[in-house]
Design a protein around this ligand. Sequence first.
Ligand code: ADP
Ligand code: NI
Length: 199
Amino acid sequence: MASDIKLNAVRDYVYTIFNDDPTGHDFFHMKRVARMARFIAGKEGSDLFICEAAGWVHDIGDRKMFSNRTNALEQLDNFLQSIDCTADEISAIQVAVENVSFSKGRTPGGLEGRIVQDADRLDAIGAIGVARTFAFGGAKGQLLWHDSEEKREGTSIQHFYDKLLNLKRLMHTRTAKQLAEERHRFIEMYLQQFFKEWQ
Ligand code: ADP
Ligand code: NI
């Protein structure tokens, strides 16, 4: 099967899994990460097919959404085999997504994994990042922010300080560092405006 046909099949598979997730992990997050991973791969001289495919499937098996991680990964493996991905391709995809999640706090070993992690992190900053943060907060019933310092933990604005403002420094590739600049400035501006209105 040609790689573009395989990628279309992966896209359709991912659609059936994530299409209605309300916590910022919907199908279009997967699509943006897949496209961004492919773009970065092109700039950084990495494998376009592996990076895009890994971008599509990077959140499959995440414990926040899947009660049975092993099962979800096994199903993915079977699916990739069914569309004629080679054993080498499947293991490269698995390696690339293994340590992507921010919550694990790990850095993927290979370039392909770093690219997918960068693409995922770029989707957490900028205007999309702001939108996803409040979508997540809404889905979990979080407050936007709190007047008293001791009650700010677990608010959506606190999440900017706990995670989002750190992501720019944590980018691995030159391409992602460049893209992160504008998105980082945007969230800084956003916070400034938020507090101006909050007072
Ligand atoms: P991943 O595990 O795919 O790296 P997360 O599940 O941590 O991503 O986050 C998904 C989206 O929800 C991101 O945009 C992230 O910034 C946002 N998010 C995660 N945790 C919180 C939180 N406690 N409050 C607000 N937004 C959050
Ligand atoms: Ni993700």
